[in-house]
Design a protein around this ligand. Sequence first.
Ligand SMILES: Nc1nc2c(ncn2[C@@H]2O[C@H](COP(=O)(O)OP(=O)(O)OP(=O)(O)O)[C@@H](O)[C@H]2O)c(=O)[nH]1
Ligand SMILES: [Mg+2]
Length: 419
Amino acid sequence: MERALLVSVKIKSEKSNWSIEDIAGELEELVLTCGAHIVDSITCFCEKPTANLFIGKGKADEIALLVQELKASAVIFSCDLTGTQQRNIEDIVAKKTIDRTQLILDIFARHAKSPEGKMQVELAQLQYLLPRLIGKGVILSRTGGGIGTSGPGEQRLEVDRRRIRKKIDKLRGDLKRYSQHRLTVRKKRKENAVPTVVLVGYTNAGKSTLLNALTQAGQIVSDSLFTTLDSLSKSLALPSGEHIVILDTVGFLNDLPHHLIEAFKATLEDVIDADLLIHVLDASQARVYERNKAVFTVLKELGADDKKMVTALNKVDLIEDKTRLERLKQDFINPIPISAKFGENLKELLAQIERNFAGSMVYLELLIPHSRMDLVDLFYRQGKVEDIQYLQKGISVKLNLPKTLTEKLLHSKEIKKVN
Ligand SMILES: Nc1nc2c(ncn2[C@@H]2O[C@H](COP(=O)(O)OP(=O)(O)OP(=O)(O)O)[C@@H](O)[C@H]2O)c(=O)[nH]1
Ligand SMILES: [Mg+2]
């Protein structure tokens, strides 16, 4: 097992609401998610990062001593390091040095399950690696297991830049095909006028737990970060009987590495295309406002920050101070306090989702020819049928239907609007 020494860095000149405790807390969670043993966690304040070491030389020497004393096998930083900084620190501490992006990539590599997910992670890993290669060979060759070695593997680390670029191009091409398939699925959903709701939120907020509670999806839930990497879609019946599609997505994080957002863009296209976002927020977290901000930063990067949104204030079972909850309710968009784990207030959440689609249903009285029996099935699936009569002149239906579907139907000459 990796014996990790954690170094949390706060840059004094950088304006950020994240305290050194937040930074250290998050780093610990990430490292524990990797299954490493934390031998110690130290903090480091620096005015401005230096180009060759990031931290001061004195601090680097101190880390080297600690590494020896605690028999650490890796030093893990809370910040990102350039290739040069990483190598220079490695020279001083004489153990492998891992930065934040590499740590997150490692977790993604461990959790990726689908072929697409694996490809996305590999693409991000190779993009991370490319500027870190010096000249021809690869300096970054690592021995043994542990953090920083999952993914492309030793052998691939040994190939030269050209081959990596070629591999990147191939992965991009393959991923494009997946993306096209996804596009077809989305188009079909749109043609059938099925509204889509996408669960978004900080990692570990309870998105998959909520999906399971609403749809018995059986999505894996775990108290670790980035459990879900593949988006999973399920059908969900609203109180009105209308069926919508609900999707689980990869969790966000403060300063999510850009390579990862880039690589996961295809998966996240569902977010861009959603009719409504359910932002699952862990309301029991002390840093709920910062996490909210981090989520909006990613949404903005995706171009989805102005979507209609319902905020599911999750884990209310853990909140003792009810005045805090009242304040949270005032500060977030369409807030619904819930407990996904204990199924609390989910009805209210569904009603709020429905309110957001209200107006998207239209009441109609139609007369359709018997030859279009296929539509009856569609009506039951997509709408709410109030009355249906099989007459000699055709099938008379009174129903509520999604607006988009109505518009399409009324284009057909066979279908007559009665009212
Ligand atoms: N107490 C409490 N715990 C919850 C609630 N909802 C989820 N959890 C727990 O929070 C942890 C994370 O839940 P997940 O559903 O895996 O979270 P996620 O947002 O899907 O996380 P990632 O897929 O890793 O981004 C699990 O241990 C859940 O049991 C809740 O309402 N109350
Ligand atoms: Mg999940």
